[in-house]
Design a protein around this ligand. Structure first.
Ligand code: PLP
Length: 392
């Protein structure tokens, strides 16, 4: 008998098999229910299997599964209209890709093309994806070393400057006229939901304006209403020249977007960007339904209210040092290691996330979370923290 292929051992697999999901809940093969406070890496913004998203996917699949973006597409037009209602003023152009890393690659390419420069500024703790050009921008040695394993990665790394996080003075000093782009997550996801200070983001905007550099907000994790609006950075009062989105945009279908100012796209011509699957009909139909549902249900505002409620309640719990983040992208810093807490929550039917910081528990529930689910989560977390504190 021929044997099946074996997957490469690159994921640390969770000890559960999910076979069904709805709203903020998941069910395993044995029928056990889990409350999802992770949303599959911040993807399930409108929850799992939102009826409007399911209907849009089904309807589109029955009409047209795929044709190239070289042709006009009704679903893409619909998505452009929905995005237009949510996009901050100034961002007028969109280009669709398949993932967060690809969105960031294309944003960096646009910035280099616009400025004719090659240097990129990133920040400690950052994560922008796993292509060579995004890995060299990672704010941690582990990811940077993956890129530096080859000569091409080492060459790219020479064009990168990594600055300290949340340090406006260092930002002003480090952004000069050699810089093509500054790329920043207004809330750093993998680092543990670390929110940028308003003063820091404003310093980046001013320094980019003074140096003629392009400011890119990577909102692959923090965007799509998770932190209030389409962009967490804009929510904090700062406008980027380029904004990248993915994860939560299409409720689980592969789609990323690069949104840009008219100025950044000046002189852009046919063939400068491209992607076979980027902006395909089914992901676009799913994204238009997902973003319309989130926006009509007022989920962005509610994400801010729920996030503030969670942060307040968690801050007073045993072993909690502090809560960082914005909206429903929160990092809970613990006196104890986060992994055993995550395992204990899972054994009680609650899914949460790790981060690059071993003491930070990451919370990114679906934006459709309701009061009762927040209460259930808080009760379970308090119980787990009480026990883990006593065991120390
Ligand atoms: N940017 C940020 C802020 C992310 O959190 C991620 C993924 O975790 C990426 C980029 C890469 O996205 P993708 O895995 O879709 O390439």
């Amino acid at each position: 008998m021929l044997s099946p292929l074996v997957e490469m051992p690159v994921y640390s697999r969770w000890p559960l098999e999910i076979v069904r999901a709805s709203g903020s809940y998941l069910w395993d093969r044995a029928g056990r229910r889990y409350l999802d406070f992770y949303a599959g890496h911040a993807v399930a913004g409108s929850g799992h299997c939102h009826p409007r998203v399911v209907a849009a996917i089904r309807e589109q699949a029955e009409k047209l599964i795929f044709y190239s973006s070289a042709l006009p597409c009704e679903a893409r037009e619909r998505l452009l209209r929905v995005l237009g209602t949510l996009t901050p003023p100034g961002l007028t152009r969109a280009f669709f890709v398949n993932s967060g890393a690809e969105a960031n690659e294309q944003a960096l390419a646009l910035a280099r093309r616009r400025t004719g420069r090659s240097r990129i500024v990133g920040f400690e703790g950052a994560f922008h994806g796993r292509t060579l050009a995004t890995l060299v921008l990672a704010g941690s040695e582990h990811y940077r070393n993956l890129a530096r394993a080859g000569e091409a990665g080492r060459v790219l790394a020479e064009h990168v400057r990594c600055l300290p996080w949340n340090d406006p003075e260092a930002a002003r000093a480090g952004i000069d006229e050699q810089v093509a782009a500054v790329i920043v997550e207004p809330v750093q996801g993998l680092a543990g939901a670390r929110k940028a200070d308003g003063e820091f983001l404003r310093a980046l905007r001013e320094a980019c304006d003074a140096a003629g550099a392009v400011l890119i907000f990577d909102e692959v994790q923090s965007g799509c209403l998770r932190c209030g609006g389409l962009s967490a950075g804009v929510e904090m009062g700062v406008q980027p020249d380029l904004l990248t989105l993915a994860k939560g945009i299409a409720a689980g279908l592969p789609l990323g977007a690069v949104l840009a100012t008219t100025a950044v796209c000046e002189g852009l011509s046919v063939g400068d960007l491209g992607s076979t699957f980027g902006g395909a009909p089914i992901p676009c139909a799913a994204a238009a339904a997902n973003l319309s549902a989130l926006s009509e249900e007022g989920r962005g505002r509610r994400a801010l209210v729920h996030g503030a409620r969670l942060a307040r309640a968690i801050a007073g719990m045993p072993s909690v040092v502090g809560v960082d983040g914005l909206g429903l992208l929160l990092g809970v810093r613990l006196e104890v290691p986060a992994r055993p807490v995550i395992r204990a929550l899972l054994s009680r039917g609650v899914l949460t996330g790790t981060s690059a910081d071993p003491h930070v528990l990451r919370l990114l529930p679906p934006l459709v979370i309701e009061e009762a689910e927040i209460e259930l989560f808080l009760q379970t977390l308090e119980e787990v923290l009480q026990i883990s504190g006593e065991e120390q």
